[in-house]
Structures are given as C-alpha cells and as structure tokens.
Design a protein around this ligand. Structure first.
Ligand code: 3NM
Ligand code: MG
Length: 519
C-alpha cells in the first residue's frame, strides 16, 4: 500500500468541548470542513473512555476516507490501531516517536509537536512525517501550552532543520485564523524553508460555516499576503546608494501628483503638526483614531500610521481593527512605537501590536527600536526621550536584524539614521539639531514616510529613504534661513521647506538632493 500522501496545507484538529464546538455535531463540522478543502484531520479528544473514543474515530474515519484525506489520532496509538486510520499525532509528553513507529509500522503517518529547535531536530532525525510547530500565539483553545514562540520562533526552527538537510513537512499551530494566517506564513518563512500549511482548531470547529471557512483558509494558505508586492519590479530593487537616490525624486513627485491619504492614529500631542507636515509634503492627512473607520479609509489607496504616543487599552483595540483592515488589502502600515521602553504597559503594547498585524515599516529612536527588538535585558527609556548608547555598527546590526525578523523595513532615527529591510542597510546623516528641540518631529517623520510608502509599495526601503531625505534636508535648509533663530522660528520655516522641496522636485529641480548624505 505504501504511505498515504501527506498534504499539510490546511490541517484540522478537532475539539468537541462545548465552548468551541457549541451544539453542532463533530461529524458534521469535520465533513463540512472536508468539503471546503481541509487536507488532513486529527481527532483530538482529551477526555472520555477508550471505547467511546474508538467509536468516534471509526465514524470519523468513514467520513475522511470518502474525501481521501488522512485521519490521525492525537496521542493514542492504541486507538489509531483499533480504528485502522492513517496514523497518530504525538506531543512531547506522549509515547516516544520510535515506539509509536514500531507499533504502527513504516507506512503510518506520525506527526510530532515541537516548540524548539532541539525537539524539531530530534523529531526529524527520528523520522517524523511532519512537525506541528507551536505554540505560535496564545490561544484559549489550549491554555497549558509550554511556550509562545511567535512567527520568529517558527522561523528559527525552520532554518535549523533546513540547515541540517531535513525536508520534513511542517505546519504551525496556536491562535491561527483568517486574519493572521498569511502574515504568519510570510514572517515565519526562513531562507530555504517555509511552512507547508497551518493547523487550526477554533478557526474551523467554532466557525458558523466550516465549509466556507475552510475554503477561505485554504485560499489564504495558497496566495501571498496582500502587503507583499508581487510585481516584476520586485526583482529590480535598487541595490546601491546611487540607485536609491535616483528613485527618491520619483517618489516625492508621485506623492505630489497623487496626494495619497495618510491615515494617522496618533497621539494628542502631534495631531496638528503631523497634519500640517503631511499637507506640506503633498499628502492628504486624516486624523482618525477610531478603528471602525479603517474599513472605509483603507480602501482609498493610502496608508496607516499607528503611533502609540498616548496609548490606552481602547486605543490598542482600535489599532488592531485598523491593522486588520489595512493588512487585508495590503495598505501599508507605519508603526511608531513612541516611548516603547518607557513603561511596562508600553512594552506589552508593542508585543501585542506586533502579534496583531503586519507592520510594513517600524520607525523609532534607538531606545524604541531596542525595545521592539526586545531580546536581552529590557531597555529602560527615560520617557519618550531619545538617547544613544550603541555605536554605528551596533545600530546598523540592530535595524538589520529586526527587519530580517519582521520581514519589513526598520528605520532608527538619531543624529544618523539607520534604515534596513534585512538585506540592504543604509545610514543617512542629514537633519538638524532643531528637530530635537521641537516636539513630535519623529512622529511627523512617520507621517511623511506613510505618504511615500503609499505611493511606492514596490520598494518600501526606498520609500522610507525618500521621506527621510525630504524631511531632514528641509530641516537643514530651514535652520539656515536668516529669520530662524531657534526652535520657535524653525517650525514655520521647516513647513515651508518641506513644501518647497516637494514643489521643486515636482518641477524637476533636484539641487536640494545634492545635500543627501547616504551611505
Ligand atoms: N496544540 P486554535 S496549540 C491543539 O501548541 C493545540 O501544540 C497546540 O487551537 C500546540 O487553533 C493548540 O483554536 C490549540 O488556536 C490551537
Ligand atoms: Mg499530546
């Protein structure tokens, strides 16, 4: 007979607890999910007598067989034998893989739960047919999970087993649903190995229409997320400084010509200033902190700024709604983790924002970016102040590693700014000290970046650099004006220069760009 084919694209793990299944029939939900395209099913019952479990297994096996989809039993090798189904799924506390293999034979499908690199290597070496990697996100479905590893933890496991030469299939599990599935597949992908699919419990077992839900989940597994720009231009990303500098005027000009919407969910301090900078740069600002509005606003072709400068519990829920709306259609999101390291509330907010959406660009000062990176000792920021302790190569390394981890673009502002997409890393040494003496300049840079990335999704790194140069060279020129004697007179001059640079660029005068110090 040989081993049945294992397709892990959409893996259904059952759960018949009333909190999840409700008053529906387990068999009906599984059959509807199979109709919708589930590719493998695991019967997972944590309570009940063995005889009862075997009965359920047999009945389920009649259904899965009709759809030509394998049925596995959680933990219970004996039940799998009695049912005669394709195999088992075993956790780290269950029977050893080698023992299960001995009992079930070479043709049985045996999957293993792993949550770290050591467990993954051991399972691959022991001949597991697939790995269930988790727990990705905390989930009410399984509260005794050992470790929440996020997309980054999944990626580390994938890279390690790929480096060791294993081709074992992989799925991830834990808190996966239609709104985070594509992002998790994208962010967890390692250089040479990505997940083969996702495993879900509640996304199907609790779905009102499991047939439709599984069709949708399977579609999402098969196509790249909307925020990944998949045109041929992707392959022709600017590699060097001169190529980037060639694109910068095109991006600024395109903002001028198309007036992209810049949807700001931002703090009380900078709303007015950020709106004025957006207007001067050629964008159309809207300050809308109510998440429900995002479903309409995201359709207008602009981008979103999530600035957590005055974060509140309500504010967080609003961010999640907006993130979902923008992520779903690929509208770019700029995240400004203001004061991220100042309080434990903000550190937690950063973690939950990262877990609740894809952030195309993260922009912050050194302390903020260190907090977002989050490994090692917590970095204590003094309020929202910007201070620096890292040297140039450490800064470049930090932005590069964070961008590689999040699969996005990271901008770290300071006397010199560092920008990376995980592969290309640049340093920009423009700007003026007055920018540090006026409140909210960092936030308004986030708004400026949102305008350029809205019009240039194909290379978000180049878009970020265009905005930084526009903004910082405007500051230099403003500070040199005769009438500017300090931060007070600087602000109006700065707005004028942002506006002047935009108009000059639109009409072909690029002399301002000669000041660019990019390396
Ligand atoms: N195993 P939901 S998490 C069954 O981490 C199970 O090994 C997990 O449920 C692991 O899709 C989990 O509803 C429950 O979040 C996943
Ligand atoms: Mg188990």
């Amino acid at each position: 007979m040989g081993k049945p084919k294992v397709d892990c694209s959409l893996y259904l793990v059952t759960d018949s607890t009333p909190a999840i299944l409700g008053d529906k029939s387990l068999f009906h939900v599984v059959e509807e999910s199979l109709k919708g395209g589930v590719t493998i099913v695991q019967l997972r019952e944590k309570t009940g007598d063995t005889g009862h479990l075997i009965d359920i297994g047999k009945k389920l096996f009649e259904i899965t067989r009709r759809y030509n989809v394998p049925l596995l039993i959680n933990d219970r090798v004996d039940v799998a034998l009695a049912v005669g189904c394709e195999g088992v799924h075993i956790g780290q506390d269950d029977m050893e893989l080698s023992a299960a293999r001995k009992v079930l034979g070479p043709d049985a499908i045996i999957g293993v739960t792993v949550s770290n690199v050591a467990e993954a290597l051991k399972a691959c070496e022991g001949g597991a047919d697939y790995l269930g990697i988790g727990t990705v996100y905390a989930t009410p479905t399984k509260t005794n999970t050992k470790e929440i590893i996020g997309a980054a933890g999944v990626r580390e496991i994938l890279q390690t087993i790929a480096d060791a030469g294993h081709t074992t299939q992989t799925v991830c599990i834990g808190g996966i649903n239609e709104s985070n599935l594509q992002r998790i597949l994208y962010q967890s992908a390692a250089r040479s190995k990505s997940l083969d699919g996702v495993a879900v419990v509640s996304a199907l077992m609790a779905a009102p229409d499991p047939d439709a839900a599984s069709k949708n989940l399977l579609r999402l597994v098969k196509c790249p997320p909307p925020f990944v720009y998949t045109s041929p231009e992707k392959r022709a990303k600017a590699a060097g400084v001169s190529e980037i500098l060639d694109i910068v005027p095109c991006i600024i000009k395109k903002v001028h010509e198309t007036t992209p919407l810049s949807h700001n969910m931002t703090n009380l301090v900078v709303q007015n200033f950020a709106a004025n900078v957006a207007l001067a740069a050629g964008a159309s600002p809207i300050m809308a902190n109510y998440g429900e509005e995002a479903a309409d606003l995201c359709k207008l072709g602009g981008s979103l700024v999530v600035n957590m400068g005055t974060v509140t519990p309500d504010g967080l829920l609003n961010y999640y709604k907006a993130l979902k709306a923008y992520n779903q259609i690929g509208g770019p999101v700029v995240f400004d983790p203001v004061g991220a390291g100042a309080t434990s509330v903000r550190r937690e907010a950063v973690k939950s924002i990262l877990a609740n959406g894809y952030l195309d660009i993260i922009k912050g000062n050194e302390g903020e970016i260190r907090t977002v990176f989050g490994e090692g000792e917590p970095h204590q920021q003094r309020g929202v102040d910007s201070t620096s302790t890292l040297d140039a190569s450490q800064k470049a390394d930090l932005v590069k590693r964070l961008a590689a981890r999040e699969k996005n673009v990271v901008v770290m502002t300071g006397k010199a700014d560092y920008v990376s997409d995980g592969e290309r890393t640049f340093c920009i040494e423009n700007g003026h000290e007055y920018l540090g003496l006026v409140t909210g300049t960092g936030c308004t840079l986030g708004t400026t970046i949102s305008a350029s990335v809205a019009v240039y999704k194909q290379d978000k790194l180049a878009a970020a650099i265009a905005a930084i140069l526009h903004f910082e060279i405007a500051a230099e020129r403003a500070a040199e004006r005769e009438e500017v004697r300090g931060p007070g007179t600087f602000v109006p001059a700065f707005l004028d220069e942002v506006y002047a640079i935009r108009l000059a660029t639109a009409y072909g005068d690029l002399s301002w760009l000669e000041r660019a110090k990019v390396s």
